[in-house]
Design a binder for this molecule. Structure first.
Ligand code: PLP
Length: 288
């Protein structure tokens, strides 16, 4: 079984879930999404994901399709119904089915989809040896802090990375600032300090990023948000990515050149271990 889906009030096999061609998600990418993983079968950091969803909905002027408490209940139900030991729970809300016009449909009913699939983590070899990434020009829109389904520039960049034999692509702004990857936030270690580009319109405020920034000082590591130049990325002692379906993933090559000694760095490994300790093995990770 490839998974299960919830579509506008009903649970079904993933293959059976169908949305109209007139859905504004299909016509215009007029929608937002969230991606949640389970740890020990329980959905992880649900409150944080719902808070980000709320910002995304506000940002595209779309009302909640159901109350946030009801959505939290659906996420719990998704995990309960899941046939997999660990699941990837994907939530998408679009502005719904309407004749294809630019203006929002008056009183239109949103489409709410939840899908549940087996959680896929990066291949073990990449986790052990570290990932390689390339840098690409950032061609995305000006509100990357909203998690919208408008992802074509991310797909183009990700496919450039795959063709180059790399795992991810890091977006570089017009001023040479490093932002984030197609589906991950980016961190470096410079002078022993953990750094990540600051929150703003050009990066998605990742939940894993947030947790790493909170965890680092608690385990005696210095961490902060600073603008990051392409030159600094090249000088970093360590580079690592964070994301829901990556955890903390060391990067060992950028544009073909080794990062540090070309092996996963000690700080990324320490953080990954502490992250696992704190959130993965905890009895009630949902409260994180
Ligand atoms: N940045 C982008 C563009 C993403 O799409 C994602 C996740 O899909 C992230 C960062 C990481 O966010 P999170 O840690 O919440 O998964």
């Amino acid at each position: 079984m490839s998974g299960i889906a919830y579509l506008n009030g009903q649970w079904m096999a993933l293959e059976e879930a169908k949305v109209s061609v007139e859905d504004r998600g299909f016509q215009f990418a007029d929608g937002v999404y969230e991606a949640i993983r389970t740890y020990g079968g329980r959905p992880f950091a649900v409150d944080r994901h719902l808070a980000r969803l709320s910002r995304s909905l506000d940002g595209i002027e779309l009302a909640w399709p159901v109350a946030s408490e009801e959505l939290a209940g659906l996420i719990e139900e998704a995990a309960r119904r899941s046939p997999f030991s660990e699941s990837f729970i994907y939530l998408q809300i679009t502005r719904g089915v309407a004749p294809r016009r630019k203006e929002y449909p008056p009183g239109g009913a949103a489409t709410l989809v939840v899908t549940v699939r087996k959680l896929e983590m990066p291949p073990a070899e990449i986790c052990e040896r570290g990932a390689s990434i390339i840098t690409v020009e950032d061609l995305r829109w000006g509100r990357c802090d909203l998690k919208t389904t408008q992802l074509l520039p991310n797909l183009l960049a990700a496919n450039r990375a795959y063709r180059a034999g790399a795992f991810e692509a890091a977006f570089i702004g017009p001023g040479g600032d490093v932002r984030e990857c197609c589906s991950a936030n980016l961190f470096v270690v410079l002078g022993g300090e953990i750094r990540t580009p600051p929150r703003g319109p050009h990066i998605l405020p990742g939940i894993t990023r947030e947790l790493v920034l909170e965890l680092a000082p608690a385990v005696g590591l210095r961490a902060g948000e600073y603008p990051l130049s392409r030159a600094e990325l090249g000088q970093a002692e360590e580079v690592f990515l964070t994301g829901t379906s990556l955890g903390i993933l060391p990067v060992t090559r950028v544009d073909g050149l080794p990062v540090g000694k070309g092996r996963p760095g000690p700080i990324a490994l320490q953080l990954a271990g502490q992250f696992e300790e704190q959130f993965v093995r905890r009895k009630d990770p949902q409260k994180s």
